[in-house]
Unconditional design. Sequence first.
Length: 256
Amino acid sequence: MARNFTTTTDRVEYPSDAALNITGNLSIYCWIYLNAGSVYHSLVSKTNNDAGGSANPYDFRTNNEAVPTLSCTRGGTSYDLTDSTGTISTGAWHHVAVTHDGATGTPAVVMYIDGIDATATLTFDDRTDAVSTNTQPLYIGERGDELGGDCRIACVGIHNVILTAGEIKTAMRRGWTPRGLVFFSLVGHDADLSGSARTPTVSGTSIVDGPPIGPPFGFDLGWMGAFTAAGAVAGHPAMRRWGGVPHLASHYGGWN
């Protein structure tokens, strides 16, 4: 299950709250499928609707060369921009992730493509101020200023910790990982499953088949309809345990 975002107004929007204004340790990940590589694709962004990318604590996207990019506004106006050294091929699912420690001076930023470190390149060096915050919604698939694209997105996670390389691979294989989780959506089934009461608003988009997460990728069958409940995961009531391992409850009727 995933959503296909084909216009600059297609998006899934979640109301703002303090937990989403992350100015320190941050990790973001999702599965993406680029239908085109020559346009900007907004993936996960908490941006200022009236001023484009201004005053946003994080704006995770691919640029018009299919390079994963993270922008974090500093002091409300300036920003630091980090590009991956890798690119995303079109017409196939890929898992992308970024971690950022929010530090002034020289922040530690790591990009991942398909679970592999795609060492980040800091391309815009303005980090004397703290990361900005705002009261804008969280957007998936399109920024508040209608910077969209032509892509599919699934399994979006946001964490207030720096995930390890191993945890990024766990998120890639299982869809999510629990430490520091503040937001998670399958996308397609759009509810925030992190345990927070954030109700999504969907504009446009269509539901399509999701990424190839399954037993060949190390995924437990709990995702595929063979779920056996053995109690909720602490702090995440929408999560359950299957075979002793945390998973999303699979009452959504299978992955695709």
